[in-house]
Write a protein that binds this ligand. Structure first.
Ligand SMILES: NC(=O)c1ccc[n+]([C@@H]2O[C@H](COP(=O)([O-])OP(=O)(O)OC[C@H]3O[C@@H](n4cnc5c(N)ncnc54)[C@H](O)[C@@H]3O)[C@@H](O)[C@H]2O)c1
Length: 396
């Protein structure tokens, strides 16, 4: 057993041995999600930041690297140099985290996977399906673990919903309704230089869709993760309400799944009064499940002819596959950081087992992987194509 493997830790991650080392691409000064990833990885103490290229600006990489206590020799001017130099070191990073705007995902992920270095990349994985498929193939070829941080898969209540459906508790799924309304782009704040809005509304940096890719892809992934349903066909209308915008800030989608179930998704960045109101409702032949991202510790389950039940994380017979992702007792809320941490807990645990030469089980690999990254990019492409064709039905 190598240092830093499971024998050195307990279920809560209080580890005595050496931690794995990770590098980060993106997450410089003022960045949003890079800091969330760093804090989430820190939660279980399974890995520590060892290297980075936090920005295209060398000064900003130095600023972030120094503030995080990294030595200058592990800071890099660009991710290609970082991949080369880290791969040549006797103590290279064990994995890298890619948290740049979407445009850089493909190049950065490819640089590290080509060296056999495992990668965690944020969503959406790439602009084009072929690029995502190429990265998935590269990971397989180089036996490198590869995760895509679809955050909402990390919540215990989401995993409980998945377990309930797999156990047949709500019967056969008939209809799925999922929505993700946000308010933050109700005004054209990108015209005032707001960092996150600026690149998300720029096709060169975000890809062929804004709202559909940024939060519609979360809806697609959440439904897929919880239900296991495969999309057979969809039709979508992408709307652009913000003045001066070229990409969508609102999208409505109808879906047909393999097996006959139907779905309706809506994602919006112009929904005044809503912060991150992701809601999932799954209607089966025996019951209905509802989960709200802004009340993530609870799951509502309703059986035919019975009153609605509210299941609470940490009690109410959560299945072990869901409960094991909970760190504190019920009633003390867990949230966004823990959801990210749960993706890392599983990913790093799998990496440690792989390094120790142990076989990986399905449970070890319970994090969103490259196939989900590919599905997400395919979904965005189909929505854009449908809308361009006058909301035509597109087969996937
Ligand atoms: N999973 C989620 O819930 C979630 C939430 C927010 C954002 N995201 C995704 O995370 C990614 C980043 O989003 P954000 O809101 O943090 O963006 P951001 O603009 O806040 O941060 C991006 C960072 O990447 C850096 N960067 C840009 N090009 C680079 C390069 N070539 N090399 C190194 N660094 C570079 C920028 O300097 C900046 O520090 C996007 O793909 C986004 O879709 C995911």
């Amino acid at each position: 057993m190598i240092e830093g493997t499971r024998e050195n830790g307990n279920e809560n991650g209080n580890r005595i041995g050496k931690k794995l080392r990770y590098g980060m691409i993106g997450g410089g000064p003022g960045a949003f999600i890079g800091e969330v990833h760093r804090k989430a990885i820190g939660l279980d103490g399974m890995a520590e930041l060892a290297a980075g290229c936090f920005s295209r600006s060398w000064e900003k990489t130095l600023e972030t690297g120094r503030s995080l206590g990294l030595p200058e020799e592990r800071l890099y001017q660009d991710f290609l140099t970082m991949a080369e130099k880290e791969a040549d070191r006797p103590d290279p990073v064990d994995f890298v985290v890619v948290v740049t705007p979407n445009a850089q995902h493909y190049g950065a992920v490819k640089a590290f996977l080509s060296k056999g270095i495992p990668v965690v990349c944020d969503k959406p994985l790439t602009f084009e399906t072929e690029e995502a498929e190429e990265l998935a193939a590269l990971a397989k070829q180089n036996n490198a673990l590869f995760a895509v941080t679809y955050t909402y898969t990390g919540y215990p209540a989401v995993k409980q919903a998945r377990e309930l459906i797999a156990a047949g508790e709500i019967g056969d799924i008939r209809f799925v309704n999922a929505e993700y309304p946000q308010e933050w782009l109700a005004q054209p704040i990108e015209q005032e230089g707001q960092k996150q809005a600026s690149w998300r509304t720029d096709p060169a940096l975000t890809g062929k869709a804004n709202c559909t890719g940024d939060i519609g892809s979360h809806v697609e992934n959440l439904v897929s993760y919880v239900t296991g349903l495969r999309i057979k066909a969809l039709c979508a209308r992408l709307d652009t309400f913000g003045p001066g915008r070229v990409l969508d800030d609102n999208v409505s989608i109808m879906l047909e799944y393999e097996g006959g179930a139907k779905g309706l998704y809506w994602a919006s960045q112009i929904a005044i009064g809503y912060d991150n109101a992701l809601r999932l409702r799954i209607f089966g032949t025996k019951g209905t499940i509802q989960w709200l991202q802004e009340d993530p510790n609870h799951l509502q389950v309703t059986y035919l002819d019975r009153p609605a039940q509210i299941l609470s994380r940490g009690r109410d017979a959560f299945y072990p596959a869901a409960q094991r992702y909970s760190r504190i007792p019920s009633g003390h809320p867990e949230g966004y950081f823990e959801a990210f941490a749960n993706i890392y807990k599983t990913f790093i645990g799998a990496l440690e087992k792989q390094k120790a030469g142990e076989p990986l089980t399905a449970e070890d690999l319970d994090f969103p992987g490259p196939e989900m990254g590919v599905d997400g990019v395919k979904f965005i492409g189909a929505c854009v194509e449908s809308s361009r064709k006058g909301t035509a039905w597109i087969d996937l």
